[in-house]
Design a binder for this molecule. Sequence first.
Ligand code: ZN
Length: 263
Amino acid sequence: MTCLRIRRLPALQDNLIPLLECPHQRQAAVVDPADPEPVITALEQGEMELVAVLHTHHHWDHIGGTTELLRRWPQAMVVGNAKDRHRLPPLSHPVRDGNSFVLLGRSVEVLALPGHTVGHVAYVLPACITNGQRQPPELFCGDTLFSCGCGRLFEGTPAQMLGSLQRLAALPLDTRIWCAHEYTAKNVAFALAQDPHNPHLQAFAHHVEQLRQAQLPTIPSRLEVELRVNPFLRCHAPALQAATGKTDPVEVLAELRQRRNRI
Ligand SMILES: [Zn+2]
């Protein structure tokens, strides 16, 4: 039975690179290696072999480390959206929405999430039972969903982003969310300004402040929490409709995103 361990490696200014390790097999996979150095250091310290590099989208701070990692581990599979293959590192495993594959003994499902970029995908490891214990689903969502926020709309429309976020909102409540940046404190400040009377958000703000004071990461988050605090997952909520002066959830999202861009 697989024994998956997930770590997030800080990189660049505020990137978090998810590193998935199976200590039993001494194999590892990485999602969106912004920078090769922390990945190489972690793998060498653990005497791990890199078997896969997964990409959520084509931005430089998500693919920047891939070439160097492949120089060291040329056998590693390289996964990304087939539609975006012209602007991703050379893919050995181009994937599409609905595809699944096996990674370190766990099943992985591909979700297309247009919005931040049109070719953005997420990878979901569904829940499984290991040694009689439920392992929660793991979501690697790049720059689509952040804790208490969402990615900028560089290529997609607000309607596309809303659809993508709704797909993520339908995952199991205990899904752990491994997003690609530590933006949570800023996102919480923005969310509080839009949704100041939300008691869940107030409690979450306190929790995040404590984590940041202890210099601890806020990632992974959990979907159950995000559904209560993240304004971009609450575009149907009367409080956000009132704050934006809009009723259509697409317009609520568009207005929230524009306001967030101005900070
Ligand atoms: Zn990006």
